[in-house]
Design a protein around this ligand. Structure first.
Ligand code: 13P
Ligand code: SF4
Length: 314
């Protein structure tokens, strides 16, 4: 039996479903039932009937699935698979801003720990941040932890006043605008797509800025034949699947998320077989507050088109 076959068999036996982010290894994406961006995956986690969710992603994704589904078992193939940005804000930053602005909304990117979510008013992902912030009644917005996404949203919602925090994604921050420009010179007809976690210099060079699913959707609808991609290289699988006829170019210094790459087929087999690495939330108060922040996002995002709502077919 191949590893893929073993996973399919174990999933049926355990009434389990595998959710995967686009940045995980290609063979893990192949084993998944659903692949998507953070927004899609959090929506999917609440809709699915299975008793067990195996989350092929980083800690904050498994935590969010568990917060939204306390009655389900959420298994993490590797407990060390973490997102460094998810920790990059202090409680003092939030408390200081709350003391300073009476009408403050604390908006937290889903790439954050449950504790950070518990200090916040509403959660957002890169796919819905502009829409949700625009619709908040508050004028003052503390956006945590990502400064790059915060600046991107602030530009789209100029009527709000933003307070920034100094968090960033090391993978996207290190995408060099010089490498994007170099690719642009080599492929002058290519469209440049960038994730909003990239630096403002990279975003200024982009034809399209959006979430991973947003990029795939753009590519699918575009008439262009080549694309320069400013995000983690794992998304290449879905891009090539969306447009087998197109060429995709990633920066010379390959953007690789170490946490996402920790998820392997062997680790998925292990947790499915033995039920280890269960995501647990011990602190009830923190969990309740963090859940509210996530639920508010799902409520405010209602009616939003969910891209890539389909079974993984790689
Ligand atoms: P998406 O929600 O766009 O998939 O982004 C998640 C992420 O971690 C980007 O670094
Ligand atoms: Fe976190 Fe960056 Fe990895 Fe996304 S790519 S999970 S933001 S470290």
């Amino acid at each position: 039996m191949t590893k893929q076959e073993e996973i399919q068999k174990l999933k049926e036996e355990k009434d389990a479903v595998i959710l995967a982010h686009y940045y995980v290894r290609p063979e893990v994406q192949e084993a998944a039932d659903y692949i998507g961006d953070s927004y899609f995956l959090s929506r999917k986690a609440v809709e699915l009937p299975h008793r067990t969710i195996v989350f092929a992603g980083v800690t904050f994704m498994g935590e969010s699935a568990r917060l939204l589904n306390p009655e389900k078992t959420v298994l993490m193939p590797d407990m060390e698979a973490d997102c460094p940005m998810a920790h990059m804000v202090t409680k003092e930053t939030v408390e200081r801003a709350r003391a300073q602005y009476e009408d403050l909304a604390v908006v937290c990117y889903i790439n954050s720990t449950a504790e950070i979510k518990s200090w916040s008013d509403v959660c957002v992902t890169s796919a819905n941040a502009v829409r949700i912030v625009k619709n908040l009644p508050n004028r003052n917005i503390l956006f945590i932890p990502d400064r790059n996404l915060a600046h991107f949203v602030a530009e789209k919602v100029p009527e709000k006043q933003f307070i920034y925090n100094d968090g960033y994604c090391p993978v996207h921050e290190h995408i060099k605008v010089e490498e994007i420009r170099e690719l642009g010179r080599q492929h002058p007809d290519a469209r440049v797509l960038a994730h909003p976690e990239c630096s403002s210099a990279v975003l200024a060079a982009a034809d399209y800025i959006g979430s991973t699913s947003g990029m795939i959707d753009y590519v699918r609808k575009s008439e262009a034949a080549s694309f320069i991609i400013g995000t983690e290289s794992g998304v290449g699988c879905a891009l090539r699947q969306a447009r087998g006829d197109a060429a995709f170019f990633f920066p010379r210094t390959e953007p690789v998320c170490a946490g996402m790459k920790l998820v392997t087929l062997d680790k998925i087999i292990d947790v499915l077989r033995n039920g280890g690495n269960e995501m647990k939330m011990d602190d009830r108060q923190t969990s309740a507050a963090a859940k509210q922040t996530l639920t508010r996002m799902l409520e405010l995002g209602k009616g939003m088109e969910i891209k890539n709502d389909k079974r993984a077919v790689l």
